[in-house]
Design a protein around this ligand. Sequence first.
Ligand code: ZN
Length: 232
Amino acid sequence: MDLARQAESAGGISIRPKVHVVELGRRIELQSMDTLFHDITIGLYEQQPRPGAIEYFVHSYSGISGTDERLARVVTVMLELGGMARVGNDPRRLCFTCGEVHKLACRRLFVAACKVKPGIVSKPMPLEVSDKTTGRNIKVIREDNATYRVTADGLDEGRAQRIGAIGRGLSRLAQMELIGEDAARVRFSCGKPHDELVGLLLPRALNLRAAMREQEEAMSRGLLVAPSAQKS
Ligand SMILES: [Zn+2]
């Protein structure tokens, strides 16, 4: 730590050097208290640097030293867990390589990334999960570039209904198109594969009601906490 920063340190927590003002864009998700780093508040922002291009930016107003590293860590986990890509050399800016928004999925990915403990190398989640409701393995198979089919071992009528419910869950959580009346197939509108997002959202699709409740709570948090009221 240099002298200037030492002089600024207080209460055992050193102060983050001043950063130049950045254009934040619209905040779409908020981690109001990051329990893995001094309870700081971290926001996910959506930016449109030019027409048709969507980028995401992870930011905090925290003045605590180490915040930049913490934000870079959250972004790294989002890349590892969600298959997103960096934008240029900026450690806090990322996008989907297909160029689409995928906003809901990105918000869920951000919240999940904030919960991954330091030092853990995160890997994309498998396209297979055990379903407590039916006691069966649910598997999602990618049929072409962007279409995914939900399957389970054995297919009686009850199970087909369950598969449809999971398909509808994925469609709601990741803003995917539902294909067919049985709702067993879902598709990304960008026409590109996103295995990582499907793996991340599959366990949540099994319990859509809980996932939607979580989303509503997160939305109300995001709306209620104005930037001026956040921890600095
Ligand atoms: Zn896409």
